[in-house]
Write a protein that binds this ligand. Structure first.
Ligand code: CMP
Length: 151
């Protein structure tokens, strides 16, 4: 059954998604472990950099959540330290990366997922991944220009 929102249809679709190793993941030196999990699962890194967002940049990235009660806390956390941003590609990349991450709330995440293994809080949940094709396009373009993404 096709799920167009997630760019997920029967068969192979190469897709792109944005991944962030959040400030908690970088501070806890989980970057290498998380990248190893991506690569072992055939998600290929085609762009990567370390950034330290200021508050305005974090607010712009999460503007879709600006009415949510957790917006202030989330954007302060996301601008509290360095993060690693990556563009991943692979078959059904959006869906497969979300499966690797696990549920937003780590208490509901499946065994063996990144959030189940490492998250400490619904906010400090170690990683972010795009949730749909349109979101992925916005998020990738938010951090990377075309010269920074390898073919
Ligand atoms: P992320 O996948 O980056 O998308 C939005 C983020 O908001 C989410 O992960 C969490 O880090 C954060 N967040 C904090 N509180 C909540 C909440 N109650 N529900 C959903 N997301 C939350």
């Amino acid at each position: 059954m096709a799920d167009r929102r997630l760019g997920h249809k029967k068969g192979c679709i190469m897709g792109k998604t944005l991944s962030i190793i959040k400030p908690d993941g970088v501070a806890r030196q989980l970057t290498g472990e998380i990248i190893a999990r991506l690569e072992k699962n055939d998600l290929k890194i085609i762009a990567m950099k370390m950034i330290h967002m200021n508050l305005a940049q974090a607010e712009g990235f999460y503007s879709v959540h600006k009415e949510r009660p957790f917006f202030k806390s989330l954007t302060e956390f996301m601008s509290s330290g360095p993060a690693v941003v990556m563009v991943l590609t692979g078959e059904n990349a959006i869906v497969r990366y979300r499966e690797l991450m696990g549920a937003t709330n780590y208490k509901e995440a499946k065994e063996g997922t990144i959030r189940k293994d490492f998250a400490t809080d619904i906010e400090k949940n170690v990683v972010h991944g795009s949730d749909a094709v349109e979101t992925a396009n916005f998020e990738i373009n938010y951090f990377f220009n075309s010269f920074e993404i390898v073919a």
